[in-house]
Structure formats: structure tokens, C-alpha cells
Design a protein around this ligand. Structure first.
Ligand code: GEK
Length: 241
């Protein structure tokens, strides 16, 4: 079971860059639910979209699966004989997820890989989900990764991409950040927790604008791409191969 996220609740002498290590993995389900407005809607729709796109005996991917919320939502909606390949390069996340997976009843539909998704082959996918993960990939590698994902998706298949975004308009960017911090306050995070986590994520989580995402998805080979969901500065795109 996940514990309550209090990792940034006491004043830290030194704030180092955010890492997906054991303490983060331990509290992760609580952390992401209280930190990403709209997270539960994105996870539920990840399952619905997998059900829509994945054909019997086909495969789909969850890239940056963490503790597997999206993977399990997908597994529950797959037709007979299909499977989800779930990839994460954090050994702690994969360890916790493998324990959760055994208890879930969906283990036979999931292949869990502890690997860097930059090295992972993506092939013959009817559907790929990459929820809140591209934002942690070095921007230099993002285009090539999206090109590889597109090439690995079967014609008619789709990519679901969810990200924290920023806005070209500074006033709107500031407003969305303020609304986002209000959301975190409403979820019980203190000012100290919000500011220490923000420092830890600096230069680790690198957001881009909606326009940058949409243009790059098309340039990477997707026939069409659109926003299907947004809550403040969290946005989810659907790109069709
Ligand atoms: C969810 N999708 O619950 N290779 C593989 N995994 C990576 C890499 C990489 N190069 N870089 C980062 N990760 C999940 C939430 S969390 C988002 C995704 C967040 C993994 C990293 O280990 C972490 O588990 C995940 O991407 C990002 O819907 O914490 O905001």
C-alpha cells in the first residue's frame, strides 16, 4: 500500500534534484494523486482508450509506468489475448509495481520491464500511453523518441501523451501556476512542501507549451494530434498514427 507523501514536509538542509528513488516510490500513488490535478480522469481514460484501440491478441505500452496506475487501467480494458508492456527505469518503482501487480489479478496481461525507455524497442503497438514522463526526458532526445514511438505504432493506432505544460503568455503561465499551487494547498500540502518540491523539480521536469507538443507530434509522423483534456497546466494529447 502507498503511504502519505510527507517527503518535503520538514525543512531540508540541502535540496537535491528530484529522483524516482525508494522513498518517492513508496509514497508515489499518494504523491501523484495530490500533485496532478485531473490525474484520476487521465488514468480512467487511459483505460478507456486502450479498450478502444487495442485489438484481440495485440499489444500496447505504458512508458514511464511508475507504480502502474495506467497499466492496470489498460489491462482491465484489454480484449482477450492482448497485453501491456510496462516500462520504467526506476528499480524502486518497478519493485513496488511488481508487488502491486501480483495482488491486482492482471499479472498475466502485463509484461513489466525495468529499462530506459530511450533504449527500449517499441513495436507493433495498437496503443501507447506516456503519462507525465516525457517531461523528465532530456529535451534533446524528445523528438527522436516520439519518432520511434510513432514508427512502432500500427496504422490506425494512437499515442496518449500527458504532460505538465507551460504557456507562451507570462501572465497566463503565472496564473496557471498559482491555480496549480492552490490545488496542492487544497490537497493538504504546506507552503514549505510546495516550495521545496518546486526547487527539487527545477531543471528535472522541463515543461513545454501545447503548441510545441502538437507541432512536434505532427513532425514526428503522427497524422493528427489534438488536446483531449486539460486541467490548469496539466494537459493530455491524443495523436493518431
Ligand atoms: C502514472 N505514468 O502513474 N526511462 C524509463 N522511465 C523513466 C525514464 C526513462 N528514461 N525517465 C523517467 N522515467 C505514471 C507516472 S511519473 C510522473 C509517471 C511524475 C519514469 C520515472 O522513473 C517515473 O516513474 C516516471 O517516468 C514519471 O500515470 O512523477 O510526475
Amino acid at each position: 500500500m502507498s503511504q502519505r507523501d510527507d517527503l518535503f514536509a520538514t525543512e531540508l538542509e540541502r535540496i537535491s534534484g528530484f529522483r524516482f528513488d525508494e522513498p518517492v516510490a513508496r509514497v508515489f500513488p499518494d504523491m501523484i494523486t495530490r500533485s496532478v490535478p485531473g490525474y484520476s480522469a487521465v488514468i480512467a481514460m487511459t483505460g478507456q482508450l486502450a479498450g478502444h484501440y487495442v485489438r484481440p491478441a495485440a499489444q500496447c505500452y505504458d512508458l514511464g509506468c511508475s507504480r502502474g496506475a495506467g497499466t492496470l487501467a489498460m489491462a482491465a480494458r484489454l480484449p482477450a489475448g492482448s497485453r501491456v508492456v510496462a516500462v520504467d527505469n526506476s528499480p524502486a518503482m518497478v519493485q513496488y509495481f511488481s508487488e502491486d501487480l501480483e495482488r491486482s489479478g492482471w499479472a498475466d496481461r502485463v509484461e513489466l520491464r525495468c529499462a530506459d525507455l530511450l533504449d527500449e524497442k517499441i513495436e507493433q503497438a495498437d496503443f501507447v500511453a506516456m503519462n507525465f514522463t516525457l517531461q523528465f526526458i532530456n529535451p534533446m532526445h524528445r523528438f527522436a523518441l516520439l519518432e520511434r514511438i510513432c514508427a512502432g505504432i500500427n496504422p490506425g493506432g494512437a499515442l496518449l501523451l500527458s504532460e505538465k505544460i507551460c504557456f507562451e503568455d507570462t501572465q497566463m503561465d503565472n496564473l496557471m501556476n498559482e491555480l496549480y499551487y492552490d490545488y496542492k494547498r487544497s490537497q493538504g500540502y504546506s507552503e514549505l512542501e510546495i516550495s521545496q518540491k518546486r526547487s527539487a523539480l527545477e531543471n528535472v521536469l522541463i515543461p513545454e507549451t501545447r503548441t510545441e507538443h502538437l507541432e512536434r507530434l505532427r513532425a514526428a509522423g503522427f497524422a493528427s494530434a489534438a488536446v483531449w483534456f486539460q486541467c490548469f497546466n496539466f494537459c493530455s494529447f491524443l495523436a493518431i498514427r
